[in-house]
Design a protein around this ligand. Structure first.
Ligand code: ATP
Ligand code: MG
Length: 642
């Protein structure tokens, strides 16, 4: 990416034009004749673009988004190839991508572990690669040299245990150095790591071990949750009964695992085809049974590294931190791989971010000098609810996983750092829509398609809808970090389009707003409301900390039900009054719809990755079958059965 002079003020018209010129819209996707008028009850959002601080924008790694975007689609060879050449390839690629942009770096061979570690030696031997804070508060520092040495020996040990290229190895380890080492060691020998969320109950764990065909399990005998050590050995033993899968244990409170690793014979990284599977990882299970997503070595490496440098703007010498657990895609891509691909420093934290208190979170960021944070709306809402903030050195706070409501965006900007909303999915590996630092942000809108990505809003048949109309978010191109395979789910590519399952709207300037999931749309009268629209409206009320909207069967069509977690406890006798106030408040945003039903809750059910599980709220309210809940978070219950 070239670094031309910056241009401000930014002309929105130019962006819209650039997007439409670049986009070679396939003929079957051309907008149809007269678009129907928008429904009367479009949730009213006031959008005032906000310019990023000059200090951020002028120094941003990506100076000209439009130029980069155009180049990425017009000449992927030059754009992605140029960036990919920074990495080590045993054999160069024949073509950067196939014509559809699905398979990347064809014919090229490389290895993610080689590029995460060996590539930085000897220059960065003494630089800290990982900071790992365990649940007891011990901070470990791992230099590039140390991580390289330990992981190549662990790779040797694993090979000695019979693990071969292409084998799947499951991990049941909390976020920390041991997990990072295991992932890197497996990548090194070309095995496929399958990180399973710690906290899965024995049944769910067993099922995933069988379903993924794991040859070996690397497991910890305990993990910390809100300061308590929760034993995992009984869960693992119950899960494994009769399966004959061997276990390599990490015994908490001892260095046995590490010592054993160091006994292994150091192993060189195996050169692998770019699409050779690096890992299998499950989706969050928000909409149903979690799907198994497979990512490869080459395209994934290039995609996540690009995003960390040019979107999240990580500079040499800076510390990056994501609050996501290592066993979710955000943890894989940005807790571990991207920071190491760039030779950066990543902070891994085992326990929940706000343990023992939100104050401790701010103090940790300040003490460890975190520059760039990637977190979720859930964490931001929790910090906002707490209220009090402390100074940190953060430049930037990325938000991913759920819609970032404008109220929460504003809170983050005032109290934490410049918020950078970014939309993607486990299947995509890296951000696809976001607002780069040199573009104005529109709170409530996630932003524009990033280089390599073409996005559209279409009707159920795939016809493009005009700006301002709600529809299905689809991708025509999905970028180099996209998955290479999918287990247990319908292929999202149908009729030449990648169907994201999300409901969205695009404005005249090419900015996208994510409104919720298409299968959770609330149909009230003439209107089709996305859950995120209703929830964003609820969050503008000063007494609302969290909100979840669902549609329930009513007398005529559906009715809106909103579950509200108040910011402060509300006495029982005042609840009806607050409910009335909230109804009035919501109607001001939602227009002429039937007044929503309000339910108060102390907390909302979530996936383990922290997303609100609306389908569970609906099932509970209507007395229906909740479906697969193996992805559900169960707070503080040791070894629960999911
Ligand atoms: P499952 O696919 O099993 O139902 P999931 O879709 O929640 O679970 P993930 O891959 O973890 O699994 O999450 C991707 C989804 O998260 C997106 O499809 C979108 O609905 C939501 N999402 C992610 N980032 C954002 C964002 N910035 N704004 C709005 N929604 C987001
Ligand atoms: Mg999904």
């Amino acid at each position: 990416v070239k670094v031309p002079a910056r241009r401000f003020p930014f002309a929105f018209g130019r962006l819209a034009r650039a997007l439409s010129e670049i986009a070679q819209i396939p003929p079957h996707l051309k907008a149809e004749d007269p678009p129907p008028p928008p429904p009367p009850s479009e949730a009213r959002v006031e959008v005032r673009p906000v310019l990023p601080p000059k200090t951020l924008a002028q120094k941003a790694n990506l100076q000209d988004y439009q130029e980069a975007y155009a180049a990425s689609l017009k000449d992927p060879e030059a754009f992605w190839g140029g960036f990919a050449r920074e990495f080590l390839w045993e054999k160069p690629w024949r073509a950067v991508a196939d014509p559809e942009g699905r398979r990347w770096f064809l014919g090229g061979t490389t290895n993610a572990a080689l590029n995460a570690l060996d590539r930085h030696l000897p220059e960065k031997a003494q630089q800290v690669a990982l900071l790992a804070l365990d649940g007891e508060g011990h901070l470990e520092k791992w230099t590039y040299k140390e991580l390289w040495e330990a992981s190549r020996r662990l790779a040797g040990l694993l090979k000695g245990l019979g693990v071969q290229k292409g084998d799947r190895v499951a991990l049941y380890l909390p976020t920390g150095a041991e997990a990072a080492l295991a992932l890197l060691a497996l990548a090194r020998l070309g095995a496929v790591h399958v990180a399973l969320p710690v906290g899965l109950g024995p049944e769910a764990l067993r099922e995933r071990l069988i379903q993924t065909g794991a040859k070996l399990l690397i497991a910890a005998d305990g993990h910390y949750r809100r300061g308590r050590l929760i034993p995992l050995r009984p869960v693992v033993e119950a899960a494994l009964k009769g399966l004959g899968i061997p276990v390599l244990w990490h015994t908490r409170g001892t260095t046995e695992f590490l010592e054993r690793a160091l006994e292994g014979k150091a192993l060189e990284a195996e050169p692998l085809p770019a699409h050779h599977p690096l890992f299998l990882l499950h989706t969050s299970g928000s909409t149903g049974r979690p799907k198994g997503v497979v990512h490869g070595h080459g395209g994934y490496m290039v995609g996540v590294a690009w995003a960390l440098r040019y979107l999240f703007d990580l500079k040499p010498g800076e510390v990056f931190h994501t609050t996501a657990d290592l066993f979710w895609v955000v943890g894989h891509s940005f807790g571990l791989y991207a920071p190491l691909f760039l030779g950066g420093t990543s902070l891994l934290v085992e326990d929940t971010p706000d343990h023992p208190s939100p104050a401790a979170f701010y103090e940790r960021l300040a003490r460890l000098g975190v520059d760039v944070l990637l977190t979720s709306p859930t964490v931001l809402r929790a910090l906002r609810r707490h209220g009090e903030t402390r100074p940190t050195a953060l430049r930037l706070v990325g938000s991913v996983g759920e819609a970032l409501a404008p109220e929460v965006w504003r809170w983050a900007r005032e109290r934490l750092a410049w918020p950078l909303d970014n939309w993607w999915q486990t299947e995509l590996g890296a951000p696809a829509l976001a607002t780069p630092l040199t573009l104005p942000a529109k709170p409530g809108f996630v932003g524009v398609p990033l280089p390599g990505v073409e996005a559209r809003v279409v009707d159920p048949r795939g016809q493009i809808l005009p700006p301002g109309e709600k529809g299905h978010l689809v991708l025509v191109r999905a970028g180099p970090a996209q998955m290479v395979d999918l287990l247990g789910g319908k292929d999202p590519w149908q009729g030449g389009l990648y169907w994201t399952g999300d409901l969205a709207v695009m404005d005249e300037e090419g900015y996208f707003r994510i409104l919720g999931r298409t299968d959770e749309v609330i149909k009230v009268g003439e209107a089709r409301l996305g859950t995120a629209e209703v929830e964003a409206a609820a969050l503008t009320h000063p007494q609302v900390a969290e909100a979840a909207a669902i549609g329930i069967p009513g007398e005529e069509g559906e009715e809106i039900a909103v579950f509200v977690v108040p910011r402060k406890e509300v006495p029982e006798e005042l609840k009806p009054l607050l409910a009335e106030k909230l109804k009035g408040h919501l109607l001001r945003y939602l227009g002429p719809v039937r007044p929503p039903k309000i339910f108060f809750a102390e907390s909302l059910p979530r996936t383990r990755s922290g997303k609100i599980l609306r389908r569970l709220l609906k099932a509970r309210l209507l007395g229906l079958d909740p479906g697969d809940t193996s992805g559900m978070e169960v707070e503080d219950v040791p070894g629960e059965t999911a």
